[in-house]
Design a protein. Structure first.
Length: 139
């Protein structure tokens, strides 16, 4: 009988111990951490035009107009233009665009040949850092 009482006591102790498993142990003074969403990524609109329009072989002005999501001009950004002729590797032009005011930036390029040109326009003004790809067909 004594052995049965010991076995029952051990089983009851095991059941109580197992019932406590999986339950978080409360701690006093533990900080509560609330996850927060990252801040939204700033956006802007980038429009590209050329003079002459359509562009032609030779001197071309690439006009970049940068506005915020509400259509207001973004001034004092750093605008960089990367241009590559899609059929001729190594026939590229790159450089910074010049600030003109009212969100307008101008990059002057010399198209060494007509054809399909792929542009990447990069706009940086912290925290804004965006780019847009544009394809232009020159005559």
């Amino acid at each position: 009988m004594r052995n049965s009482l010991i076995v029952i006591t051990l089983m009851l102790g095991a059941i109580i111990a197992l019932a406590g498993c999986g339950q978080p142990v409360p701690t006093l003074g533990a900080p509560t951490v609330t996850p927060t969403a990252p801040p939204p990524t700033p956006t802007a609109n980038i429009a590209v035009a050329t003079i002459p329009d359509p562009p032609a072989q030779g001197q071309v002005e690439i006009i970049v107009i940068v506005t915020d999501k509400d259509g207001e001009p973004i001034n004092d950004a750093v605008v960089f233009v990367f241009a590559d002729h899609t059929a001729m590797s190594g026939m590229g032009v790159t450089g910074p665009a010049t600030k003109q005011g009212d969100g307008r930036y101008v990059f002057k390029a010399n198209f060494g040949m007509s054809g399909d040109w792929k542009f990447t326009v990069q706009v940086k003004k912290p925290p804004l850092d965006i780019s847009k790809q544009v394809r232009l067909l020159s005559k």
